[in-house]
Design a protein around this ligand. Structure first.
Ligand SMILES: Nc1ncnc2c1ncn2[C@@H]1O[C@H](COP(=O)(O)OP(=O)(O)OP(=O)(O)O)[C@@H](O)[C@H]1O
Length: 271
């Protein structure tokens, strides 16, 4: 297992929410030590896929293996143990507003380890140094910019030295400068820690600049995959529409909706 070049394997995953079929057979492989991007139109299920990988959601069919373990067949204890090997940086993963920067990063160490205080301090300072915020350790989250908050969250996500890190929209809402800082940081942290990373993002240019490999999902399946260079020259119009950010093309912009005209009429008659 240790020698398997794939750290995460998703095989034939099907997943629905009520009537809505989100995945109808997704297969993908996340190689060890690399940055893999998962891209796709809004609502295509990228966040859902991360939750399936993290074991927060269960597939209707198919399986997800992490380092050889079938995530959804693990007993609870084993799943928790596996989760400790994963860091997650979710869009909603805000810092604790009543804890200082230092205590936010220390939090997972205090919950999951029995490290003595001196060691907690060393680890926290090391992680904060890695994101360039050692000097900000006594500040409260309300005193930080959006980009700094994201960097503290990154330090916290790697506090327990995960082997796998899942990033959900790490660049969202950032100005171009802090976006650039985050891009560099994700790359640097990945190289320094030898992490396996999965990045879900809408920010095509930034994501392609750090990804070793890219999967584009659409319509419940993998629509294309390859290195950023391969995808850049892909002639499939759906792929090129997506990669080059063209608003009009084969992939619809609208979420499926009833006909606009009848929708408006319905509203008038009070439905
Ligand atoms: N808790 C939920 N209950 C019901 N449906 C949900 C829930 N979360 C997401 N969905 C639906 O599942 C589909 C996939 O959502 P998901 O958030 O995974 O997409 P996404 O590709 O990450 O989208 P975006 O890029 O817009 O964030 C969407 O149609 C969404 O409406």
């Amino acid at each position: 297992m240790m020698n398997d070049p794939q750290f995460v394997e998703v095989e034939g995953v099907h997943f629905s929410r009520g009537e809505k079929e989100i995945f109808r057979g997704v297969d993908l492989q996340i190689p060890r030590g690399k940055i893999t991007a998962i891209m796709g139109p809004s609502g295509s299920g990228k966040t859902t896929l991360l939750k399936l990988i993290g074991g927060q959601l269960y597939p209707d069919a198919g399986r997800v293996r992490i380092d050889g373990h079938d995530v959804h067949r693990l007993p609870r204890r084993e799943l928790f143990r596996l989760r400790r090997r994963m860091g997650m940086l979710f869009q909603s993963g805000a810092l604790f507003s009543d804890l200082s920067v230092f205590e936010n990063v220390a939090f997972p160490l205090r919950v999951h380890t029995d490290l003595p205080e001196a060691m907690v301090r060393d680890v926290v300072l090391m992680k904060l140094e890695a994101v360039g915020l050692r000097g900000a350790r006594n500040l409260m989250p309300s005193e930080l910019s959006g980009g700094m908050l994201r960097r503290v969250a990154l330090a916290r996500a790697v506090a327990l030295d995960p082997e796998l890190i899942l990033y959900d929209e790490p660049f969202v809402g950032q100005d171009p400068i802090s976006m650039g800082v985050l891009v560099e940081l994700i790359k640097k942290v990945n190289q320094a820690l030898g992490l396996t990373a999965v990045v879900v993002s809408h920010d095509i240019k930034e994501t392609l600049s750090i990804a070793d490999y890219v999967y584009v999902i659409s319509d419940g399946r993998v629509m294309a995959h390859g290195t950023p260079a391969n995808l850049d020259v892909d002639r499939d119009p759906r792929v090129s529409q997506f990669i080059h950010g063209e608003p009009d093309g084969p992939v619809p912009f609208h979420y499926p909706a009833p006909d606009y005209y009848s929708d408006i009429l319905d509203e008038r008659v009070g439905r």
